[in-house]
Design a protein around this ligand. Structure first.
Ligand SMILES: [Zn+2]
Length: 92
């Protein structure tokens, strides 16, 4: 089977990064985070994704913006964007 076109890779990340709040990790402020918790509705970096995973799936459901493209339905992407506008971001 043919591989997905390369331009599909990262499409979810690009759509979330449209929101400036999603351009940095919600936990540590690292730039261009490529992971997200789909129940906490935060975008997080590689290192913080590992920490979220260690908390367990019932605390935080971590998904990759680049590899788990199937979980990223339009409603979920909208929820991530809207939630992060509504929630105040604590800047370091
Ligand atoms: Zn982080």
């Amino acid at each position: 089977r043919a591989a997905r076109p390369a331009q599909h890779e990262g499409a979810v990340a690009r759509r979330l990064w449209v929101n400036p709040a999603n351009k940095v990790c919600a936990d540590c402020g690292a730039a261009s985070p490529e992971w997200a918790s789909v129940n906490l509705l935060v975008v997080i970096c590689d290192a913080c994704a590992g920490q979220h995973r260690s908390l367990g799936i019932n605390v935080s459901k971590v998904r990759s913006l680049k590899m788990d493209s199937k979980v990223w339905t339009n409603p979920l992407i909208q929820m991530e964007n809207v939630a992060l506008r509504a929630v105040p971001v604590l800047w370091p």
